[in-house]
Design a protein around this ligand. Structure first.
Ligand SMILES: Cc1ncc(COP(=O)(O)O)c(C=O)c1O
Ligand SMILES: N[C@@H](CCCC[NH3+])C(=O)O
Length: 427
């Protein structure tokens, strides 16, 4: 068995990679490439495994990690709420069937129009600054509504994440410093239109150790202790960030490990204070990353100073390697069981040297028209893709019970033109 195989999900059968029992090579032939393929059962398994480790905890799926309506629909069916970072994400989550009262709007630089949209939609808001608090209060008062709010705390916890993925450090743009928290809750308590019922933090993404969560829990509970005398706290939200093993063999905490790092501390501190707020968590990556492979076709194999495999997907389709030096396992889907025969660097069709998807990988002999699968592409994959270099965005497929459904159409040249306007004088 290959290190990346997950029984029932990703398997090698007859030298081909299969996902959810469906042959990846035949999917590439039927739907074309590049193609994101997601296994519904894996989404549900991930959700159930995570929530089983956190009994009684409310899961707010971080919608930014995968904006596909079908994916969010599946989580809605599993009982998830959503962490939405924009009005557009609130809209999508509502369209996927997630009830407004289970959506937390968490942006850090919200427009008044977005705040109005949140008020009209009836969602909760995680407030990131005093300016935002005042704007929200004014708008809610005018609309004769009361919005349930939390404040996003910057707990100053170092989470050993990639510098671009750490969000809870002093230098991070997110959240309110701990020293200002008590006074802002006091101020909010007096303002019309807002009802402070929660407290929120999120310390970073792709975190691979449990200790930062215990530290964040303690720091948040220190604040809870200080505000619980005058705030009727309904919930504490510790955010997401739970990492996954992109590099096979990397030791990664399990949901039970994460739970052990958070729950006993949370419960003990609540008991000591004499309160029983709910705990909320906002996993994104953990729920979706390993449910999805990105399939792409080899256009060229070039022996230069290195062996370059040129595919039809680049950082326009999956930006993570270019943006964060992220590792995604590369598998030749039509030779998945064959032994490695050489070292290859997989690159895309974009006019930039940074357009590299996988560097110096041991792979079977790679040839034109082979299908490369990049694994763990379900988080921050399609949703961060673009039309750079005049390439329409690709399609997405969902597999379930051995069958595939197209869940997002491949864009066409018309989509490149959509919304562009030629002034009459230039016609
Ligand atoms: C507020 C908030 N919550 C949750 C998440 C989800 O993070 P992850 O996908 O690492 O679980 C993010 C993204 O980092 C976020 O900004
Ligand atoms: N986009 C990042 C994660 C950012 C999380 C959002 N705060 C990634 O691909 O890993």
């Amino acid at each position: 068995m290959k290190a990346y195989e997950i029984p029932g999900h990703l398997e090698v059968k007859g030298n081909h990679l299969t996902i959810g029992g469906v042959d990846a090579v035949s999917l590439a032939e039927t739907y074309g490439t590049p193609l994101y393929v997601t296994n519904e059962d894996r989404l549900r398994d991930n959700y159930r495994r995570f929530s089983a480790a956190f009994p009684g905890v409310s899961i707010f799926f971080a919608a930014k990690s995968n904006n596909n309506l079908v994916v969010q629909r599946i989580f809605a069916q599993e009982g998830a709420g959503a962490d939405a970072f924009s009005d557009g994400e609130i809209y999508l989550a509502r369209m996927a069937g997630i009830p407004a009262e289970k959506i937390l709007f968490t942006g850090n630089s919200k427009t008044d129009a977005e705040l109005q949209y949140a008020i009209d939609s009836g969602v909760m808001v995680s407030v990131d600054s005093r300016d935002e608090l005042l704007a929200l209060s004014k708008l809610a008062k005018k609309a004769k509504k009361e919005v349930k709010i939390a404040f996003r705390v910057n707990p100053d916890v170092s989470a050993d994440a990639h510098p671009k993925l750490a969000t809870g450090l002093k230098v991070s743009k997110f959240g309110i410093p701990t020293k200002d928290i008590v006074s802002i809750y006091k101020e909010a308590k007096k303002l019309p239109g807002v009802n402070p019922v929660g407290i929120h933090c999120h310390i970073g993404s792709q975190i691979l150790e449990t200790a930062p969560y215990t530290e964040a829990t303690n720091k948040m509970m220190d604040l809870v202790e200080q505000i619980s005398g005058f705030i009727d706290l309904e919930w504490v939200d510790l955010g997401g960030g739970f990492g996954i093993p992109y590099q096979k063999g990397t030791k990664v905490p399990t949901p039970k490990d994460w739970a052990k790092a958070i729950l006993p501390t949370f419960k003990a501190r609540c008991k000591k204070i004499g309160i029983s707020p709910e705990l909320h968590l906002e996993p994104g990556r953990y729920m979706v990353a390993d449910s999805t492979v990105l399939l792409m076709r080899v256009n060229t194999v070039k022996k230069a100073y290195k062996n370059f495999v040129g595919t039809d997907a680049g950082f326009n389709t999956l930006i993570r390697p270019a943006m964060y030096d992220s590792y995604h396992e590369a598998v030749i889907a039509n030779k998945a069981g064959s032994p490695a025969k050489g070292e290859y660097t997989v690159v895309g069709p974009i006019c930039e040297s940074g357009d590299i998807l996988a560097t110096d990988r041991q792979l079977p002999v790679v040839e034109k028209d082979d299908i490369v699968a990049l694994l763990d592409a379900g988080a921050y994959g399609f949703c961060m893709s673009s039309q750079y270099v005049g390439r329409p965005r690709c399609a997405e497929v969902l597999v379930h019970n051995g069958k595939a459904d197209l869940i997002r159409k491949r864009e066409t040249f018309d989509d490149l033109l959509q919304n562009q306007i030629m002034p009459g004088r230039l016609l």
